[in-house]
Design a protein around this ligand. Structure first.
Ligand code: HEC
Length: 133
């Protein structure tokens, strides 16, 4: 068999593999559509306005001065978070949030908490390398 025929066979095989894997990803694992939630969205803006991400991570991304807050809502509860925000610690600043800002921020953290886990030790790996959430 000539080299150009072998090249065409390899190209066909790779194209076929690419197309079938893409088809698999788009049909088996469709992106879940989530309607926008007003209070949670407002909470996300407060998270950004007060730059919580400079010191905290969500899904492992962000600053590393403070802990990851992806699952802080279920781990610590609302009262704990509110207390942390109003009293602070040596390293965590005090935030003077209004009642509605505080509620929105908590709604945002609750939503993030329900969306997945951030601790890699709790991940379950699927056969195709994806993570079961
Ligand atoms: C200047 C850095 C900094 C910023 C900005 C910051 N934090 Fe923190 N935060 C920390 C540090 C450091 C800790 C750990 C403090 C400790 O344990 O004494 C912490 C702890 C916390 C905790 C407790 C976590 C736990 O599991 O005990 C919560 C909740 C929290 N921060 C929420 C927030 C929110 C919400 C914002 C934004 C409004 C924010 N932080 C902004 C530094 C920061």
């Amino acid at each position: 068999m000539s080299t150009s025929v072998i090249k065409k066979i390899v190209l066909l095989f790779l194209s076929g593999a690419f197309l079938s894997y893409s088809g698999f990803l788009y049909t088996v694992m469709p992106v879940k559509y989530k309607p926008s939630k007003q209070q949670e969205d407002a909470g996300k803006l407060i998270w950004q306005d007060y730059n919580c991400n400079a010191c905290h991570q969500i899904y492992g991304l962000g600053g590393y001065l403070g802990p990851d807050l992806t699952n802080v809502y279920s781990k610590r509860g609302e009262e704990y978070i509110k207390t942390f925000l109003t009293t602070g610690t040596g390293a965590m600043p005090v935030f003077h949030l209004s009642q509605s800002e505080s509620n929105s921020l908590l709604a945002f953290l609750k939503d993030i908490d329900a969306s997945g886990k951030s601790d890699p030790r709790t991940f379950t790996l699927n056969y195709d390398g994806t993570i079961d959430q």
